[in-house]
Design a protein around this ligand. Structure first.
Ligand code: ARG
Length: 584
């Protein structure tokens, strides 16, 4: 069954084999896609374009393919084949095949060991989270964290080696003002209580005081000292950085996110000379108004809009460090892919970075890793504007999480008054935190989305509470049974019969294809939509088909479906960074 894990890929290879033995020339290719469910599960559409190209009758081409396919017992044993319309070939899986598939892929581990082949050998550096330090994270920061984490988990599950890199903004101009205020106005107690809050207060204070020209001059001097690596400045910078990372990590921990490294902007400060030198030597950069820039003459916009890689005062900038970062990820990590997750306002920056790096690496004969800028839109309030707290500042991520947990606790208490208080607390934490994560993940990342507490904490619709509840409900069925009834379901079960059983089995098998498209597009909402549909297929099955029945074979196959639905739900949610609950 192993080679049937990815059913679409298997069918594709069988169609290509059939094309070869039917004597079609080797330019034949087919796209395997979901079929109209009335006629089949998968459809191959290769006959049409082939016939068009060769001025043949498509129906005849399809017919010749089907003849070969029908002569292949490895296929006919598993699927019924038919021709529809002008020459589409439909495949409908036999219930015995569905049962064999579900028997072979029984748990998360067996899914994972088959999925491993999909991205084996790849090494991906995922740059996500990546806030600027010495500041609280606000609500907008959640997107990069949760989308990035889901991407890491998906890639790892499919066999890639992943480096989780937090490219923090820990260098640059804000430090002058921050240091100025830190040395004069530090509240040590506040720093201990909440380092990020106090550092942010100091930075804001420093900025305000710098309205005064003399103070501004002192701030500049602080910055010059830091950039010159003066020991005293470096020591303070180390302290601030350490505290910042500590502050960030308390939130990452709650979100169940753990980085392999924090190679922030400061890490690259001694790696920029090589960038200037190589881009210049290879004729890629030029001087413009005192700055060093790269133009891309072939590009409609970037032929005029420069990528500034060195400021006119000689200092490096965001582009310089990012170029150095590309090089480091290529040489040190030997990354085959680089994924950077940020909001869509940085679109131009990363397009220019990609174009520039491609040319640079080509000239210097380096391998260019696959580069993806995974961008996302804004989170808006119900009025359609960026959400702000009452004071007009962006809402702190900390407050958002606390409020979610509080609201979830209220709901859980209302729904389930008899649960012990510590369990309510635990359930509320899981629901609260994960409802926020899921609300974000379930939106197509490139659009803005509207944040509403009611929607995100609702037990109905495409939400975390709904899916967690679906998983908990399945587990409650198992709790009522003894181990005997749950043993050897695979051998006791007979093939699926009712339309709901068949539809649910197909939905579970479809998990593999969804994994792939989610990774291909780096869009976690595709997996969310799938899980929501899976829970829907399960609930149609459960309300139309009694699970505990007198015929032991029927009961076995229905329990098997319950169990595999749970596996798919738990695995899918786990890939999104969401743990499930035993009960709710
Ligand atoms: N620190 C940046 C920000 O807050 C994001 C960094 C993303 N990663 C990168 N390599 N540029 O917008």
């Amino acid at each position: 069954m192993q080679d049937w894990f990815d059913v679409a890929k298997k069918i594709d290879s069988l169609v290509l084999e059939a094309a070869a033995s039917a004597g079609l020339e080797n330019s034949f290719s087919s796209e395997i896609r979901p079929a109209d469910p009335r006629f089949g599960d998968l459809q191959a559409n290769g006959a049409l374009p082939y016939a068009k190209r060769n001025k043949n009758n498509p129906r005849q081409i399809a017919q010749s393919l089907v003849e070969k396919l029908e002569a292949n017992p490895n296929l006919t044993e598993h699927a019924d084949i038919s021709i529809a319309g002008p020459g589409f070939i439909n495949f409908k899986f036999k219930p015995s095949f569905q049962l064999a598939w579900l028997s072979a892929f029984r748990d998360r581990e067996s899914f994972k060991s088959a999925a491993k082949a999909l991205h084996a050998g790849e090494k991906v550096v995922v740059d996500y989270g990546s806030p600027n330090t010495a500041k609280q994270m606000h609500v907008g920061h959640i997107r990069s964290i949760v989308i990035g984490e889901a991407i890491c988990r998906l890639l790892e599950f499919c066999g890639a080696e992943v480096v989780r890199d937090n490219h923090i903004g820990d260098w640059g101009t804000p430090y002058g003002k921050l240091f100025y205020a830190y040395k004069r106005h530090l509240d040590a107690k506040a720093l201990e209580r909440d380092p990020l809050e106090e550092l942010e207060r100091l930075y804001k204070l420093g900025s305000k005081l710098a309205d005064d020209a003399a103070v501004l001059e002192e701030c500049r001097q602080e910055l010059v000292d830091l950039q010159a690596g003066k020991p005293e400045s470096m020591a303070l910078w180390e302290t601030v950085n350490k505290l910042s990372i500590q502050g960030l990590e308390t939130i990452y921990k709650e979100l169940d996110v753990h980085y392999d490294c924090y190679l922030g902007e400061s890490f690259y400060r001694d790696k920029v000379e090589q960038v200037y030198q190589e881009l210049k030597d290879n004729g890629l950069s030029e001087e413009s108004k005192g700055a060093v820039v790269v133009f891309h003459p072939e590009h409609p916009r970037f032929k005029e809009q420069p990528f500034i890689i060195r400021k006119s005062d000689g200092a490096s900038n965001y582009a310089t460090t990012d170029l150095a970062t590309m090089l480091y990820r290529n040489e040190h990590f030997k990354a085959t892919s680089i994924v950077i997750v940020t909001d869509d306002r940085q679109k131009d920056h990363f397009e220019q970075l990609d174009l520039t790096t491609k040319k640079w690496f080509e000239k210097t004969r380096r391998q260019m890793p696959k580069f993806s800028h995974v961008m996302f839109g804004k989170i808006n309030g119900e009025d359609g504007k960026v959400i702000k707290s009452r004071s007009g500042d962006p809402i702190r991520l900390r407050q958002l999480i606390d409020e979610a947990v509080e609201r979830a606790a209220k709901i859980v208490r209302e729904k389930n008054a008899t649960l012990p208080e510590d369990e309510i607390k635990h359930i509320a934490e899981v629901i609260g935190v994960n409802a926020i994560k899921y609300a974000d993940l379930s939106q197509n990342r490139t659009s803005d989305y509207i944040f509403t507490w009611e929607k995100l904490l609702s037990f109905e619709g495409n939400t975390a509470p709904y899916l967690l509840y679906a998983a908990a409900r399945i587990q409650s069925i198992f709790r009522k049974l003894d181990t005997d009834q749950l043993a050897d379901l695979e051998s006791k079960a007979t093939p699926f019969e009712t339309p709901e059983e068949i539809a649910l089995a197909n939905k579970i098998i479809a998990f593999v294809g969804v994994l792939q498209s989610t990774i291909e597009q780096l869009r976690p909402h595709l997996l969310c939509t799938y899980l929501f549909e899976l829970a829907g297929a399960y609930s149609s099955f459960y309300s139309a088909n009694k699970v505990i029945v007198s015929e032991s074979d029927v009961q076995a196959r229905r329990l098997l479906l319950c169990q595999r639905t749970l596996v798919a739900l738990q695995s899918g949610l786990g890939l999104l960074g969401i743990p499930t609950l035993q009960r709710m």
